[in-house]
Ligand binder design. Sequence first.
Ligand SMILES: NC(=O)c1ccc[n+]([C@@H]2O[C@H](COP(=O)([O-])OP(=O)(O)OC[C@H]3O[C@@H](n4cnc5c(N)ncnc54)[C@H](OP(=O)(O)O)[C@@H]3O)[C@@H](O)[C@H]2O)c1
Length: 283
Amino acid sequence: MSRTKTVFITGATSGIGLHTAIQLAQKGFRVLFTGRDIQKIEAVRRQLENITPAGHVGYPAELTSMREASQVADAVRQDAKHLDVLISNAGGVYQKRVVTEEGLEATFALNHLAPFVLIRRCIPLLEAAAPARIVVVSSHSHYSARVDWSDLQCEKKYQPLLQYANTKLMNIWFSKVLDERFAGKGIRSNALHPGVVRTGIGYKNTNLLGRAGWWLFTRIKGIEPEAGATTSVFLATEPQGIEVGGKYFSNCREKQPSPAALDGVQAEKLWEISEHLENKVFQ
Ligand SMILES: NC(=O)c1ccc[n+]([C@@H]2O[C@H](COP(=O)([O-])OP(=O)(O)OC[C@H]3O[C@@H](n4cnc5c(N)ncnc54)[C@H](OP(=O)(O)O)[C@@H]3O)[C@@H](O)[C@H]2O)c1
């Protein structure tokens, strides 16, 4: 008898992550997921149990905090013996520069350093399930990234959309290095753009003008969150998600990312700096 497959998804209490969780539960997965609001987490857990009673678990975690990212990985290690798929989906953008208690700029902390801390702590669970997959939700906006290595925390200048684009480029770099390091152990990692999706992302951590702009942009160009989950579900379940690694997908197809995204030297540099930042937080 084949065992139930397990997926761990960050940020599954709304938007793309929620619909990824629903679609994977419909395919018979046991879903472990994070959120930050206890009531939303419990509502999602019940919704998933109604689809397939598989012992789904939701974990509260504020993912601008590396301590909470680490604690959630510990909790997952307690509850699961293996992970077939890990989907790094939680993300957002802070309109104004916010510095966390750990001294990190919040958009960088949430979109890049939390996945860096959390995914690496889950590697033994992925290895236990090999062949296993890591799916990193990046964005088309990475094409407009301009990473200033001398100011990753934006102490000199903070431009929210640029910092968002930079962290989405970092997602592709991180996924690429993960694949290089762990493909030999049967873990493949790919990044993706989900489409322009009508979610609440552009209504959070912003002002009225920002919310109005997001509403208009997504009314004109956006797809519904159900459709926004398609490429994440594709990489989590279809053979391509395990046959190739270090790639960038859009609309369930491999796509050429920006030239910067292919730069292995910068990708390695980010890994080194991230280890250093992580060590500083946990010293
Ligand atoms: N929407 C798009 O057009 C689009 C395009 C390209 C890429 N993406 C990427 O897709 C991913 C999902 O975005 P989405 O559009 O589905 O956004 P969303 O609807 O806002 O959902 C984001 C998820 O992450 C959680 N989250 C947000 N901030 C968090 C924090 N500080 N700590 C812990 N959890 C947090 C949210 O929790 P709550 O439910 O409590 O808010 C939610 O579960 C992101 O990585 C985003 O960059 C989105």
